[in-house]
Design a protein around this ligand. Structure first.
Ligand SMILES: [Zn+2]
Length: 641
């Protein structure tokens, strides 16, 4: 830590929430609080909002834990809510943040009588429709939040979804409330995976709606995600959502064990669902559902299995279903069981045959079908089970902004570890339907036609550990990429020193790099999202592999073998790591390769913060051990088998 005294101060500094205030101008009511020096607001033209401390505290709890900063509230908060902070924090510590500091708030002991209304968070998807129509709870109010699944600046789409919600409210004799918020623009929220933070974000809406004397709400319903189990990366859970509640408003998580298919069976026959269902991730066209992305296709197949697809105009009554399935290059390991379930539960005819073809394609190759000019991704061996450390949803904040854009990929100068990152990127881009191609900036420099650049909307620079001045070749390459005038996004990287250029967006893959690039958005190294077949059993016991370049920490041991010299391709690298039962290495992606194989891996420090910070930010949670030196690593007790 001696090298980064400013960081220690930065990481322990409290994340303070000021006393919220409310203001009404015309028909709009806005509640505001200063959060770590920036304003967060919630606004509605439908009802009076309450300046509840608990709203801002609920929304920012996970971001505070993610930043390893203790959350403190200036204004007193409901005694029950304050008492729940401790178990809530413990739950998130157990999931993701073992060392995160506790939150502090002053309990307010004034008695409160909750209002009688029940509200449902509603954006037109399967889960909320299921809660509305078959959740077994009387619902008085539908609430849609502008700024969560649809960005504030996407006004056209926000008003279209708001209109959709109001039509459904009118048809189901419920009240409708639209709330807008800039919560997701806050830098600490942007640095946190939304999949982890959105439970608190939804609970916040309950708190600002609780105190309206003309019809506040006393209960907020959050629908489960339809996976049917608790995904380790998802922060809206049956055990945690209720703990965000207070005396004034209860928060309930509905139907956690019901799957999407079961939900669609219950509600697919309802005319209102047939007319209004909205599931698409892409949000690109005027229509609510594109009918081509994986999520649209999966929903269409489920409806077909239920026998109701023909009644859905939003999916063109199922015309083109088989073609849409055949157009998917492959599906991701995490959703494959879903497709198998479809075959086992009612899907027949040409649709079933197309799903069988899709599963065959996905089994034989998880690598995407590459565009003609994209780099060829190595083909993993054919297996039926695939392992991944983090699912694609952990990368949503990296991938979703690229959907619908024509993306040029700038490949950093690197070694086999960097190629592993690129392979994972190709898989993730295919999963999200991102169109991309490799851009050769050297060719453009040599006077080759820049036509290829004209057809692009933006450039992305590959992930790795080469930001700053230390690796000159990559620094220069970024300079050439910026000179094209296209917006440049930096995929998850580590900073070796400050690089103060103007990038469109910068993702950093570990917390220590935020000291060099405070506007960086934290995101996992893309290689953690790689899908890869289960490897063969190990044939060797301990492997110690250490780098021999300038980045090694300490003296070069005479026995040091650098693993990047022992493998030419990512597939070789993964297979070589898997051969060992136990691995000690200071090569970050050799450690990642060992973790993919489920091995006992100890990552050793390199000469700057990279390995230590990667371990603290992600790898410790994924079962990796850490040691300051190879000698310390050897001395660690063996992990119990
Ligand atoms: Zn779609």
């Amino acid at each position: 830590m001696r090298l980064f005294p400013f960081m220690r101060r930065g990481t322990s500094q409290a994340l303070s929430i000021g006393t919220p205030t409310s203001r009404t101008s015309g028909s709009r009511c806005r509640v505001t609080a200063q959060v770590a020096g920036r304003e967060i607001w919630f606004e509605s033209a439908d009802v009076a909002l309450t300046p509840a401390s608990e709203a801002f505290g609920s929304a920012m709890l996970v971001p505070a834990l993610h930043a390893a900063r203790p959350l403190t509230l200036a204004a007193p908060a409901c005694e029950t809510w304050v008492a729940n902070l401790r178990p809530l924090t413990r739950s998130f510590q157990a999931l993701w943040y073992p060392d995160a500091p506790a939150a502090h708030a002053i309990p307010d002991r004034r008695p409160t009588t909750p209002a009688s209304d029940t509200a449902l968070c509603f954006s037109g998807g399967v889960d909320a429709f299921h809660t509305l129509l078959a959740g077994g709870r009387p619902i008085d109010t539908l609430v849609y939040v502008v700024g969560y699944d649809v960005k504030l600046r996407d006004r056209h789409r926000a008003s279209a979804v708001t209109r959709l919600m109001r039509e459904i409210a009118a048809a189901t004799a419920t009240r409708s409330i639209a709330v807008a918020t800039n919560l997701r623009r806050h830098p600490l929220m942007r640095a946190t995976p939304w999949t982890r933070a959105f439970g608190g974000g939804l609970a916040a809406i309950g708190h600002v709606l609780a105190g309206d004397p003309n019809g506040g709400i006393g209960r907020l319903l959050i629908s489960s995600d339809g996976l049917g189990f608790e995904h380790p990366e998802v922060g809206s859970r049956p055990s945690t959502d209720p703990l965000f509640g207070s005396e004034a408003v209860r928060v309930e998580h509905v139907a956690p064990t019901t799957t999407r298919l079961e939900k669609l069976r219950r509600i697919g026959g309802e005319r209102i669902v047939q007319q209004h269902l909205r599931v698409c991730w892409h949000n690109t066209s005027q229509r609510f559902n594109c009918g081509r992305c994986e999520k649209c296709v999966r929903t269409m197949l489920s409806l077909d299995a239920c026998g109701t697809l023909g009644k859905f105009p939003g999916f063109d009554h199922g015309r083109g279903l088989v073609a849409a399935v055949d157009a998917l290059a492959s599906v991701d390991g995490i959703v494959m069981p879903f497709y198998r379930d479809l075959l086992a539960s009612g899907l027949t005819g040409p649709a079933a045959a197309s799903v069988t073809r899709l599963l065959d394609r996905s089994n034989s190759s998880l690598a995407p079908v590459a565009p003609a000019h994209a780099p060829a991704a190595p083909q993993p061996a054919a297996r039926s089970t695939h392992h991944r450390l983090l699912g694609p949803e952990a990368f949503a904040h990296v991938c979703e902004p690229l959907v619908g854009r024509r993306v040029g990929y700038v490949r950093p100068v690197g070694n086999v570890g960097d190629h592993l990152i690129e392979l994972a990127m190709a898989q993730l881009f295919a999963t999200y339907g991102i169109r991309w191609s490799l851009v050769d900036l050297d060719a453009t420099d040599r006077g080759a036609s820049p036509r290829s650049l004209d057809s692009l909307d933006m450039l992305v620079f590959g992930g790795g550990g080469n930001m700053g001045l230390r690796y000159q070749g990559n620094h220069d390459l970024r300079g050439r990429a910026l000179a094209t005038g296209l917006p440049l996004v930096i995929l998850p990287q580590s900073f070796t020193s400050v690089e103060d250029r103007t990038f469109h967006r910068v993702y950093v893959r570990e917390r220590s790099s935020l000291a060099y690039r405070p506007d960086g958005i934290l995101a996992p190294d893309l290689a953690l999202g790689l899908a890869w077949p289960e490897p063969a059993r190990p044939t060797r016991d301990l492997g110690i592999y250490l780098r021999r370049d300038q980045e090694r920490s300490g003296r070069k041991p005479f026995f040091a073998r650098d693993p990047i010299r022992l493998a030419a391709t990512p597939a070789d690298y993964l297979a070589f790591a898997a051969r060992h039962r136990r691995i000690i290495t200071d090569r970050l992606h050799f450690a990642v390769a060992g973790l993919h194989a489920g091995r006992d891996v100890t990552l050793v420090a390199n000469d700057y913060h990279k390995n230590r910070s990667m371990h603290q930010t992600w790898l410790g949670n994924l079962g990796c051990r850490f040691a300051a030196s190879a000698a310390d690593a050897v001395a660690l007790p063996r992990r119990a088998a």
